[in-house]
Structures are given as structure tokens and as C-alpha cells.
Write a protein that binds this ligand. Structure first.
Ligand SMILES: [Zn+2]
Length: 497
């Protein structure tokens, strides 16, 4: 490297070049300065020329020029090394396999142990810096969220650490405002427990907030004197009913569920519609259901769905509209006729009543006994009709009853049709009002062709001619006018589906 210096040995060449350019631009005034600079450069060059930079280090070792040569070599070598070290770094992965025991140890110590398979909660042996505290310091304030469980509000508060005095205060404040037992399980309680003087006392309840009802939030907080105060925060609720309609398709339940209707409202719809149409056969495919339910929307965003208010069904043949009305919540058709019909007065066509309900002399058994039904005289083969919608629970031989059919109409009502010549239904079959279930005959203990008909209510035989089974509710007068007005109002609600 040392011989490379030879090119710098006459530095005037380097110095002359810029001045040559300057001369071209500069005015003649500059010539004196240029002469002075040229003199200085000339003297420096003469001095350098006298210095032997390429010293032979094998010669005159230890002399002044040798040391200078040695220093020059060192400086050049250092410069070369520093250039080499500043070369760009090569980046690459360095494989490192951590022994399993070390990894486990580290994972337990780190703050992100779960993702790396750490065993949280593992005890690591303490070192000399670890000292046992005589008392663990307490947080001055605890904010927590508790949920009301099966035990109600008080139990949830007690579990969260609220003391008896505060529980009494909460109970006093809530009396008349909200019943602590009426809170639905799962209700969130936002609690703030304050500072306590010592550990033998429970923390004081500093604040409590919860939703007491769909439209009411309650907040309890301490005032400046330390007394708990109750604040009622009403929540605005929009009560516009929700209307959903759609095609029945293969299953009404599936279609209505998919539209977001609660299952209780769907089953109520099926039940009310079932009084008017045979759902199994008459409603399917492109027929449209139209359902309006109670719906509450709180300003905080929650919604609540309630009872069925309106049930509509439209198919090619009919347009059925039912609406809930009156204190008993019965459904009525748009003409004011009750949806739920009573039992048919005469479940056999063109028959006359021959024997009533009550004590009578039995013509075959030859003694007086209770007649638990009524008899209708009719020719053998006359169709016997189901007196209301229901499910067949017996269809077969019934001893003295001969061929008999029992139909369960729900709500504890069962009807029986005895002495049949022929049975036209099977056990488990759904029948609708007026559907033929068999034919009049004289099987069993019978003196001639007739229908023996019984009505049972909650396990007791009842007189089928009693008005309460026959009457079909019908709205009239001003009631009907108000009913129609309400139905019009409901039908003006826009459907969401
Ligand atoms: Zn009879």
C-alpha cells in the first residue's frame, strides 16, 4: 500500500486544476492573489518532495524516519480496516434451539405465557430479592360487574362483598321502585366498592347501577354525607308493533323463525289459525303469512318481542285476518266472529236428540244410572262429525260403547262418539271441526242406531248442551266498530319482511 502514495507525491497537479477554472471566470484583479496562493502551494510541494513517504522499514530501524514510516503504515492499515468494517451487513437467520426446560422456565416468567405454552401460575423459586410481605396492600376502590343469579339481587350483591348495612339500605331505597326479586337472572350490576378501614369490615358500596326494567335504569350513589341516594333514569321505549310477512314455503315454522319471529308467537299463530283453517292441508307453498307481534324498542338499542297481536293468512281461496281483542285476549276474524268456535251442538247431520244428559233408566241394563252424554237418533251410516278441532286419542272397540272415537281438543276437553258402525280416523290423527270421524251404528250396548255423544272437561262428564260450549263469540255494536278501527291501524304497519 505504501507505494500507492507516489501519485500524491506531486500535489500541485491537484491544486492547479480548480485554479485553472477560476482563472477563466475571474477578472484580472485576482491575479495577485492567485500568485500568492501559487507561491504557498509551490513551497508546500517542495517540502513534501523532500519527505520520503515510502520508508523502507527494514532499514535504519528505530530512526526518526523509520518511526514516521511505521506510523504511516499503521494509519493506512487502520483506514483500510475501517473501510472494510463499514461494509453492508449480511442479514440471515441464526438457528437457535432452546432446550425444553429453558423454554418452560422462560414461558412461566414472561407476560405472554399462554400463547407460548407457558404454565401460568407455576411457582418459580424466589431469589434473594424476594421478601414476604407482612400484609398484602389493598386496592382503594374495586369496580366490578356482577350478574343477578337465581338468588336475586341481594344474593348477587352479597356474593360481591356488599355488607349487611348496605344491603339493608339498598332494600329500603328500592322498595316501591323495583322489586329485587323481579330482576331477570343475568341482569348486570355495575358495582363500585370503596375503601375500608380494616379487613374485618366489608367494603362500603359506593355506587350501584343496573337495569331494573326494560324502560328503567337505577343508579345508587353516595352523596357528600355518605348516604346512599337513588336516581331513576327512565329509558324511552318505542312500542310500535312489528309486522312480518312472507311465504310459507315448505314449513311455516321454519319460514317464520327465519323471519325472526319468536317461537311462542309462531305457535300462537298456528293455534289461532288452526281454529279457522286446516293448516296441514290448506296452507303451504306460495300462501303468505302475515304476523304482527308486540315489539318494544328501547332507546338504548335493546328490543323485546311480545305476544301475537294479528294473524293473517292469504292463499288463492281465502284471506283470513285474526286479531287479538278483549280482556281475555281471544282472537276474532275481521267480521267480528270469534276464531275459536265452540263445540258443535249436533255432531251428526240431520239427527234428533232422543235422550238427554242426567239420570235415566237404562233400557238394556235395566236400572237407573247416570247418562253421561246425549243420544242422537240417526240412520246407520250417517256421518259423525268431529265437534271441534282436535286430535284422535282413541279409535276402536270400547266394550259397551261399541266402536268409539275419542278426540282431545286441548284445554282439558275431550269428546267421545260411541256405537259407531264404522270408524274413519286413526289414533294420533288431527281432525278439524266438522270433519267426518265415522258413521252412526248400533255396536256395543245399544238398542238401535244412534250416536251416543259425550263431552268431558278435566276428567268429568259435562252436559254437551251447556251454552258455554256452544256459543261462538261474536263482536257487535260499538265493540265491533272499535275492533275494526284497531285492525285497520294494525294493518297500516309496514311489514319488515
Ligand atoms: Zn247414550
Amino acid at each position: 500500500m505504501v507505494p500507492a502514495l507516489a501519485s500524491i507525491a506531486s500535489p500541485t497537479a491537484l491544486l492547479d486544476a480548480p485554479f485553472a477554472r477560476a482563472e477563466r471566470r475571474a477578472a484580472p484583479d485576482w491575479s495577485a492573489r492567485r500568485a500568492r496562493l501559487s507561491d504557498a502551494a509551490g513551497r508546500f510541494a517542495t517540502h513534501l518532495a523532500g519527505v520520503d513517504l515510502a520508508v523502507d522499514l527494514g532499514h535504519r530501524i528505530g530512526s526518526r524516519s523509520w518511526w514516521r514510516g511505521f506510523a504511516t503504515l499503521g494509519a493506512l492499515a487502520g483506514a483500510a480496516a475501517s473501510i472494510a468494517i463499514n461494509a453492508p451487513t449480511l442479514i440471515g437467520a441464526v438457528p437457535y434451539s432452546e432446550p425444553a426446560s429453558v423454554r418452560e422456565e422462560r414461558a412461566a416468567d414472561s407476560f405472554a405465557p399462554l400463547a407460548r405454552g407457558g404454565t401460568t401460575g407455576r411457582n418459580v423459586a424466589p431469589n434473594a430479592n424476594v421478601r414476604r410481605l407482612s400484609e398484602v396492600p389493598e386496592r382503594p376502590r374495586i369496580e366490578l360487574v356482577a350478574r343477578v343469579g337465581a338468588g336475586g339481587l341481594e344474593s348477587a350483591l352479597r356474593r360481591s362483598g356488599v355488607g349487611r348495612d348496605d344491603l339493608d339500605a339498598v332494600r329500603r331505597l328500592l322498595s316501591g321502585v323495583a322489586s329485587p326479586s323481579s330482576l331477570s337472572p343475568g341482569t348486570e350490576l355495575a358495582l363500585v366498592l370503596g375503601r375500608r378501614e380494616n379487613r374485618s369490615q366489608p367494603r362500603p358500596l359506593d355506587a350501584l347501577a343496573f337495569r331494573a326494567a326494560f324502560d328503567l335504569k337505577l343508579e345508587l350513589a353516595r352523596d357528600a354525607n355518605g348516604a346512599l341516594l337513588l336516581k331513576r333514569i327512565p329509558i324511552k321505549v318505542d312500542e310500535t308493533p312489528l309486522r312480518i310477512s312472507g311465504e310459507i314455503g315448505s314449513s311455516l315454522v321454519r319460514a317464520a323463525r327465519a323471519a325472526g319471529l319468536p317461537s311462542a308467537a309462531i305457535s300462537d299463530y298456528m293455534k289461532q289459525m288452526g281454529f279457522v283453517v286446516d293448516f296441514q292441508r290448506e296452507a303451504r307453498g306460495k300462501d303468505r303469512f302475515d304476523i304482527i307481534i308486540e315489539h318494544r324498542r328501547a332507546e338504548t338499542g335493546e328490543t323485546q318481542q311480545g305476544r301475537l297481536l294479528y294473524a293473517g293468512l292469504r292463499n288463492g281461496k281465502q284471506d283470513i285476518r285474526l286479531m287479538r281483542w278483549g280482556p281475555r285476549g281471544e282472537f276474532y276474524r275481521d267480521n267480528g266472529e270469534g276464531a275459536r268456535k265452540g263445540l258443535m251442538r249436533t255432531p251428526v247431520d240431520g239427527a234428533r236428540l232422543t235422550s238427554g244428559f242426567g239420570m235415566r233408566f237404562h233400557p238394556i241394563l235395566n236400572y237407573s244410572r247416570m247418562h253421561q252424554g246425549v243420544d242422537f237418533a240417526a240412520g246407520t251410516g250417517t256421518p259423525v262429525l268431529a265437534s271441534a278441532n282436535g286430535r284422535v286419542v282413541k279409535a276402536g272397540w270400547g266394550g259397551g260403547y261399541g266402536n268409539v272415537v275419542h278426540i282431545d281438543h286441548g284445554r282439558g276437553i275431550i269428546t267421545r262418539y260411541a256405537h259407531l258402525s264404522r270408524i274413519g280416523v286413526r289414533v294420533g290423527q288431527q281432525v278439524s271441526q266438522g270433519q267426518s270421524v265415522g258413521a252412526v251404528g248400533t255396536t256395543g250396548l245399544s238398542t238401535g242406531p244412534h250416536l251416543h255423544y259425550e263431552v268431558w272437561i278435566n276428567g268429568r262428564a259435562a252436559d254437551p248442551r251447556q251454552a258455554k260450549f256452544q256459543s261462538q263469540n261474536r263482536l257487535g255494536g260499538s265493540d265491533l266498530r272499535r275492533f275494526k278501527g284497531q285492525m285497520q291501524k294494525l294493518q297500516s304497519i309496514r311489514a319488515t319482511a
